[in-house]
Each structure stands twice: as C-alpha cells, then as structure tokens.
Design a protein around this ligand. Structure first.
Ligand SMILES: [Zn+2]
Ligand SMILES: [Zn+2]
Length: 399
C-alpha cells in the first residue's frame, strides 16, 4: 500500500515530469505541448484533492484515484500510437502503468474519517434478480428501477394492469419516460398506478412527480410533515457541504431545494400507519433526513423500503455512487439536517430485523449480513454515520 503522503509526493513528481521531461528529452512540440497540458491537469486535480483530514479540497481521495486511473489508461492507449517516437511511446506507456498502479495501490487514507466508508457488506448480501424491462425484482411484487443515482420502486404483481399497482418515489427530473417504460414492461401497456407514494420530497425523489401525476392522473400520498415541500410552499434547507466525503457532498449547495407542487392531488398518509388501498404494507415514520420521511414495511415477508433513512451506497462520493459500491450507510449526509431524529429512525428500522432492504440509493441487500449490519449501524450510529460538526448540528436554527 502506498501511504497518502507518498501519493501526494508522486503526484508532484508526475507534474514536474510531464511538464519538464519532454522538453529536456527534446521531443517535438506537438508532443511536449499535450504532455505539459496533461501535467497541468494532474496539478489541478491534485490541488483540488483532500489528501488528509485537515486539508480542504473538492475531491475525495477515491475520486482522485479514479482520475489517476483514467489518466493512466489514456497514456497506455497513447503509447500504442506507432507514429510517435519509440522512446516517447516507452516513456508514456511506463508512466501510464505507473499511474494505474498508484491509483490501485494507494491507501484509502484518512478521508474516510469524516463521512467515510461505513459498513462494507459482502456481495453475497445482494438480493435481486433481473425483472421485466430494465427493472430488478427484490421480492414478489416488489421491483425497482435504478435511475443513475437514485431508485424508484414499483409495488404490484407483474401484469397487474391499469390502476393495479403503486409507484414509490419519482426519480430525477427528466426520468418520466424511463419510469413509464419500466411501468409498462411490468404492468402492461398504458397501465397507470393507483397512487404515487413518496418517502420524502427531495429533488432526486420527486423529479418526474409533477409530470407523472399529471399524465397518469394519479393521487399522491406523503406524510403530512412533508406537505409544505410538495405543495409549493416551502424549500428544504440548502445542502450541507461541510459533511465532506466526496464530490457529491461538495456540490450539495447547488442541488435544487425548491418544493414540488402537486398540492391539488396530494393527500396525507393516515396516522394509523396504513396506506389506503395498499394492503399488506404499512408506513413507518423515519424523520431526520427529511421532516416527513417515511419507510414502507411489508411484515409478511419482512420487506423494507427505507427511502433515504438508511442507504446502501456511500452517496456523498461520486466514485462510490458510479460503482454502486456496496455498504450500509446512514442517510445521505449533505441533505440530513436532524441527526438525533435520523439516529432514532435508523434504530426503528433495525428493530424490524428486515429480510430484504431496498433503499433510495444503492442495491437491495438481505439476509443475516443485512440484519447484523443494520443492528450495528443503529447501535453505533453516531460513530459510523454521523459527520462531526455538520452545519445543521452546530446551527439547528438553520434547519
Ligand atoms: Zn433525500
Ligand atoms: Zn435521495
């Protein structure tokens, strides 16, 4: 393993080598120019990297290593170009291999102290099989579609037909077409849902809501405390970049917080925990990540849809999201204003001892590894999932 400090020194050496080496070797301008530009690129992303706990930068070490690897692969590919001088090809191939190795061998480092990798789970804990269209089946009558960074769930038997099923959450803006195609593959051509149920109203869960509610003429159900964020009356507090953990968190102040507006179709979930028209399922209050956040629970086979109360990928880091790296993880930290409530919610979910868990982000997990991990996440929530000194912990009045 390469220690983080050594990696930082190697980055500085690479920059010097790329900028000065080709000139010293007397290579032609049309070669030394692009290599110096590559050196400037390495310098830029190295300066933007958090190598240690104290340093500030927009890139986590994981994202930095992904750029190292891309850069290394680019150099290896360029070294195959027969029109280049042989010594340049050898040097570029060598440098490319060096970059790939540095990316692969660097210690994950102290970045993981803030919101880091939380509870890694084995691949054997994944619970899904391919379903119709681009969907995955999690349990009988429970499918989901991954829209890049976020999941939407479909409750209902395959072929259930018009008004025979329920949509849970409504994805990213622009995803209405993909959600409709998945619904038609699952339930039949033109099949509209009986209702749209929301775990909460964050932008990545209601992106296509207004469009879908309109074209399907469907009622929308959510917790009463979420209503101001769904009837156009109140913004969420801005995303908190201070939680750290990666690029997704750093970009959080720019995420939309404005309310969706489906007020005319919106109903509050009844206080008794039932979901009107949806037998076998109950909703469970899991606030903290959002004031009216709810999870859904089917006791018969212990299926839990947890929204963002707990997720199964490190949502703060773009690299981890792109790879959908497997872990049990507290709520996405940059959008979680109330950590006391978030902890109580995680404990409520762990106490259910689910057989299968589908979250708003990441792949579905199940079995004993899930239950053990969820129990530990709940017990040690503050140590594992809670960022230190986040803005909304320090300033509750800003929530
Ligand atoms: Zn959310
Ligand atoms: Zn989310």
């Amino acid at each position: 393993m390469i220690p983080v400090r050594l990696h930082a020194a190697l980055d500085a050496l690479s920059v010097a080598g790329l900028v000065l080496g080709p000139r010293a070797a007397g290579w032609p301008r049309n070669l030394s120019g692009p290599l110096a530009a590559a050196g400037a690129f390495v310098a830029a992303y190295s300066l933007a990297t958090r190598y240690g706990e104290g340093s500030s930068g927009v890139l986590s070490l994981g994202e930095h290593r992904a750029l190292d690897a891309m850069q290394g692969a680019g150099f290896c590919a360029a070294a195959l170009n027969r029109r280049l001088p042989l010594e340049a090809r050898v040097a570029m191939g060598g440098y490319g291999a060096f970059s790939l190795l540095a990316a692969a061998l660097t210690d994950p480092g102290p970045e993981v102290r803030q919101v880091g990798r939380q509870l890694p789970l084995p691949q054997g804990a994944v619970r899904r099989r391919p379903g119709p269209g681009r969907t995955w089946q999690v349990a009988p009558g429970v499918h989901y579609l991954r829209l890049g960074i976020v999941n939407v769930a479909f409750l209902g038997e395959v072929g259930a037909g018009d008004r025979g099923w329920t949509l849970v959450d409504a994805g990213l803006p622009g995803s209405a077409g993909a959600i409709r195609r998945a619904a038609e593959a699952l339930f039949g051509p033109g099949a509209r849902p009986a209702r749209i149920l929301l775990t909460h109203g964050h932008f990545d869960h209601v992106g296509a809501l207004e469009t879908l509610a309109e074209v399907w003429d469907a009622p929308v159900l959510a917790h009463a405390a979420e209503r101001p964020h769904l009837d156009g009356s109140r913004d969420y507090p801005p995303g908190d970049p201070s939680v750290g953990g990666g690029l997704m968190a750093r970009a959080a102040p720019f995420y939309p917080t404005g309310p969706a507006d489906v007020g005319a179709r919106l109903s509050d979930l009844p206080a008794d925990g039932t979901v009107p028209g949806l037998s076998g399922w109950r909703w469970i209050a899991t606030p903290g990540h959002a004031p009216g956040h709810v999870s859904l629970w089917r006791a018969a086979d212990r299926v839990l849809l947890a929204g963002d109360a707990v997720v199964t990928v490190r949502q703060e880091e773009a690299y981890a999201v792109a790879r959908q790296r497997l872990e049990l993880h507290g709520p996405p930290a940059y959008f979680t204003p109330d950590w006391e409530e978030a902890r109580a919610s995680a404990r409520r979910l762990a106490a259910l001892a689910p057989e299968v868990l589908l979250s708003g982000h990441g792949v579905p997990l199940g079995g004993p590894a899930l239950r053990a991990g969820l129990g530990r996440l709940a017990r040690e929530f503050d140590r594992i999932a809670r960022p230190r000194g986040s803005r909304y912990d320090l300033h509750p009045d800003l929530r």
